[in-house]
Design a protein around this ligand. Structure first.
Ligand code: PMP
Length: 453
């Protein structure tokens, strides 16, 4: 197909996710044809740095030899067989690796194929667990956070707290309790960390102490709320949450779909505060960003509550057609091997330091209100007025305008509202990181000094 024909068909046939199609159909689409390392190449041969790891999934760059090879090798054996009642070799190998690297106590692996289902499964397991422990289903709801994002299925949307994405579906959702996440830049209590002593934890405790008999689990994006705009929590917050959930006999579900596999500088975000959740949700980076795969890990105690005579109906009746897909699991095994053999986490420390030093320069911008970073996850919050923290109006699309500028300059990024997100592959070199930062700098400058307001 010729380039113009591809573009025309794309606009005519494909409904793109999280995309206002009225705008999209009026623009020339960027159609990727291939990739190598940190770059993606479009159908015209133009290269772009992949500054968001193809939506937070890619870890070692595109066309990583070891992962390509593992998939090809598995393809010569079998592409897919079911995990319902039977097994496959890569799924077993991967489970062994996951249990080894996961926070202590997580011993069982339930596969699915995306982050939303990993969370959906954790929710169903937590609910059924309490039921089968004999509490008669009174623990029927959850505690999640304002501005949380856990995926796009109805269960994960019920936990979500981003009005723009979730409000529309209100009538379809189950009700949950919601606590404020520590968004220190815009602290609702108007306090400053660490002097505040994390006063906001009182609100979590208030809900848990009065409602724990109804709450099956607390669900958190540990250390950093991703889709909310890369909102980092203060040191010690996640540890306190773990303590509170134990105290009030509520399970802890850690959604590490975005943070897992080194993205924050540690294998898992939970590792920063040495905590183990009762359920851990993984997806995105699990295959190094190659194929759709997810896993929900849990403890022996939870697993055991599902054992019983068949007639007792304690079985977990959940499973997707592609659960534990062998090609995806083979990619994931190869991904973990690369992490280990190339000492990816060790090498990351220097890059993370480099990023945080280089980002200081952005603070000088009149319209950069806050810069947040955890490992290789960065959020640059643009504001209309730095002194008052007044936000740019939604309809100004300031984030979208910045990423458009960046695209012209050869960088693919995506905003979250007025927050510019940088999430490069862990393998991005220092020179490439510099290139990404300098394009982002120029793009922010072009938009925020363009007389927008
Ligand atoms: N949880 C978190 C924390 C996420 O960031 C995301 C996706 N951005 C999801 C769940 C949903 O994952 P998926 O898009 O694979 O369904």
């Amino acid at each position: 197909m010729r380039t113009k024909q591809i573009e025309e068909l794309d606009r005519r046939l494909i409904w793109h996710p999280f995309t206002q199609m009225k705008d999209y159909m009026g623009e020339v689409p960027l159609v990727v044809e291939r990739g190598k390392g940190s770059y993606l190449v479009d159908i015209y041969g133009k290269s772009y740095l992949d500054g968001v790891s193809s939506l937070w999934v890619n870890l070692h760059g595109h066309r990583k030899k070891e992962i390509d090879g593992a998939i090809r090798k598995q393809l010569d054996r079998v592409a897919h067989s079911t995990l319902l009642g039977i097994s496959n070799v890569p799924a077993v190998e991967l489970a062994k690796e996951l249990v080894q690297i996961a926070p202590a106590g997580l011993k069982k692996v339930f596969y699915s194929d995306n982050g939303s289902t990993a969370v959906e499964i954790a929710v169903k397991i937590a609910f059924q667990f309490w039921k089968q422990k004999g509490n008669g289903g009174s623990k029927h709801t959850f505690l999640s956070f304002i501005n949380a994002y856990h995926g796009d299925t109805i269960g994960s949307v019920s936990l979500g707290g981003i009005d723009l994405f979730h409000e529309t579906y209100g009538a379809l959702l189950f009700r949950v309790y919601r606590a404020p996440y520590p968004y220190c830049y815009r602290c609702p209590l108007e306090r400053t960390a660490p002097a505040c002593g994390m006063e906001c934890l009182n609100q979590v405790e208030e809900i848990l102490s009065t409602r724990h008999e109804e709450i099956a689990a607390l669900v958190i994006e540990p250390m950093i709320q991703g889709a909310a705009g890369m909102i980092t929590s203060p040191k010690g917050y996640v540890k306190e949450i773990r303590e509170l959930t134990k105290r009030y006999n509520v399970l802890l579900i850690a959604d590490e779909v975005a943070t897992g596999f080194g993205r924050t500088g540690r294998m898992f975000a939970c590792d920063h505060e040495s905590i183990s959740p009762d359920l851990l949700c993984l997806a995105k980076g699990i295959t190094g960003g190659y194929l759709p795969l997810a896993a929900t890990l849990t403890t022996e105690e939870i697993f055991n509550a599902f054992l019983g005579d068949y007639r007792e109906r304690k079985t977990f009746f959940h499973g997707h057609s592609y659960t534990g897909n062998p090609l995806a699991c083979a990619a994931a095994v190869a991904n973990l091997r690369v992490m280990k053999e190339e000492k990816v986490l060790e090498k990351l420390e220097e890059k993370i330091r480099f990023l945080s030093t280089a980002l200081q320069k952005y603070r000088r911008f009149e319209h950069v209100g806050d810069i947040r970073q955890l490992g290789m996850m960065v959020g640059i919050e643009l504001v209309l007025n730095k002194a008052t923290k007044e936000e740019y109006p939604f309809e100004d699309k300031v984030g979208t305008r910045v990423i458009r500028e960046a695209r012209e300059r050869g960088l693919i990024i995506r905003p979250l509202g007025n927050v510019i997100v940088l999430m490069p592959p862990l393998s991005m070199s220092q020179d490439e990181l510099s290139e990404m930062l300098s394009i982002t700098y120029d793009s922010i400058k072009a938009v925020t000094s363009s007389g927008l307001r």
